[in-house]
Design a protein around this ligand. Structure first.
Ligand code: COA
Length: 260
């Protein structure tokens, strides 16, 4: 499938999705959000894909936010719809994807860009990256989950300060905050992410999908995380991956997971 605003490489089992609007610092417009949704839906269904890396094109930005030119004249109703649709199609969708998604934050991750990185399962940044939620400087608030996911990741006080000041933090500061897991040079960023993705891809894809579900459940008001963990744990016992994983251990060999 071909896209106008993103690139999806064919490499499997690790696939890289690149947001490709470098002249607009990869700002998220409606088309990009739709295309990302389509790409992630396809990758989720593709049995050969085990881990997805999400990054931005060029050396300057991961994503510099939602495309301000698209919503500058929106009404209250349109604003609400923009946030609701974006959350459903992209941000919640990625967070709940059954396959691991790593954000390779290669530059500015601002507003919707940081919200996108935060909806990924974890983040690795290059040392030139800068992160922030500058929405209140535009007279609006984060609308793609930023008021929820930032406090989850860095704590309420730090999130409040970042949101209220509309300021940016460096990759190092983000690392100290626990917003990103590692900081490497820009050159090392994708190889480093691929190395971690490779490690993940040796494990049971089915068990990983259950783990994502159980961890996410702990951050939902409507589900009990411990109950979800019990259910997911139990469900693992009915999978071929579990039979293979435990048999391989007992036979003192490396597991070769069938992914079912
Ligand atoms: N929406 C739409 N266009 C954007 C954008 C966004 N969020 N962020 C950057 N762009 C565009 C600029 O308008 C510019 O386009 P142009 O060349 O057609 O004028 C291009 O990307 C390059 O950006 P520019 O501002 O010239 O780069 P810079 O290096 O001087 O500044 C930033 C970089 C990230 C500091 C600056 O672009 C910025 O503040 N962007 C908006 C960040 C933001 O508020 N995001 C939250 C949105 S809710």
């Amino acid at each position: 499938m071909s896209y106008n605003t993103i690139l999806v490489d064919d490499a499997q089992p690790i696939t890289t999705v690149t947001i490709n609007r470098p002249n607009k610092l990869n700002a998220l417009n409606t088309e990009t959000i739709k295309e990302l949704h389509a790409a992630f839906s396809n990758l989720q269904k593709d049995k050969d894909v085990k881990v997805i890396i999400l990054t931005g094109s060029g050396e300057k930005a991961f994503v510099a936010g939602a495309d301000i030119s698209e919503f500058a004249d929106f009404s209250v109703k349109e604003g609400k719809k923009l946030a609701a649709k974006g959350q459903k199609l992209l941000f919640d969708f990625i967070e709940n994807l059954s396959k691991p998604v790593i954000a390779a934050v290669n530059g500015f991750a601002l507003g919707g860009g940081l919200e996108l990185a935060m909806s990924c399962h974890f983040r690795i940044a290059s040392d030139n990256a800068k992160m922030g939620l500058p929405e209140v400087s535009l007279g609006v608030i984060p609308g793609y989950g930023g008021t929820q996911r930032l406090p989850q990741l860095v704590g309420k006080g730090r999130a409040m300060e970042l949101i209220m000041t509309a300021g940016m933090i460096s990759a190092e500061q983000a690392n100290t905050y626990g917003l990103v897991n590692h900081v490497v040079t820009q050159e090392e960023l994708l190889p480093f992410c691929e190395k971690i993705a490779n490690k993940i891809s040796n494990n049971s894809t089915v068990a990983i999908s259950y783990a994502i579900k159980a961890v996410n459940a702990g951050f939902m008001n409507t589900v009990n995380g411990y109950e979800q963990e019990i259910n997911s744990f139990g469900a693992c016992f009915g999978t071929d991956d579990f039979t293979e994983g435990t048999t391989a251990f007992l036979e003192k060999r490396k597991a070769d997971f069938p992914g079912s």
